[in-house]
Design a protein around this ligand. Structure first.
Ligand SMILES: [Zn+2]
Length: 145
């Protein structure tokens, strides 16, 4: 798959008002998919790119939403995902629409957990992976096949 082409296609359809997309880079990684705001780079896990087309579209929409809204899974992020869901609905892409809806539910549920719970989970997980951030952790849990 040409990930640059896919990136531009998703931007054109779901983020038509986003002006800064040209300054963003995309690349493949063996690590988790992630939007790196400081270097304006979105990395996509190689295995996730091999999934069904609709899952790949969801992956791109999720990461581009980070690039557009910044600062993790906040309300702005969720609102922008809802917009993408509306676009999917208008295009009669009901499978993608349903996947985005599930993603919104998952993300908002996880982010509503109290801090002590997030800290506890991070403490357990980071024994093997001390530098992982909460955002990366959520990202990893969402992309589990
Ligand atoms: Zn995310």
């Amino acid at each position: 798959m040409n990930i640059r082409k896919k990136f531009e296609e998703i931007v054109r359809i779901y983020f038509p008002k986003w002006k800064n997309w040209r300054s963003w880079k995309v690349r493949r990684t063996t690590e988790g998919s992630e939007c790196k705001e400081s270097s304006k780079t979105i990395v996509f896990n190689r295995n996730e790119l091999e999934k069904d087309a609709v899952d790949v579209d969801l992956l791109f929409i999720h990461e581009i939403t980070h690039a557009v809204t910044q600062d993790g899974h906040n309300q702005k992020f969720l609102n922008r995902l809802k917009k993408a869901k509306t676009t999917a609905s208008q295009l009669h892409r009901s499978e993608l629409e349903n996947l985005i809806e599930k993603e919104i539910e998952m993300v908002s549920k996880i982010e509503k957990w109290p801090d002590y719970l997030k800290d506890t989970i991070r403490d357990i997980v980071t024994i093997d992976n001390p530098d992982i951030s909460w955002k990366e952790l959520v990202e990893a849990s969402l992309s589990t096949p």
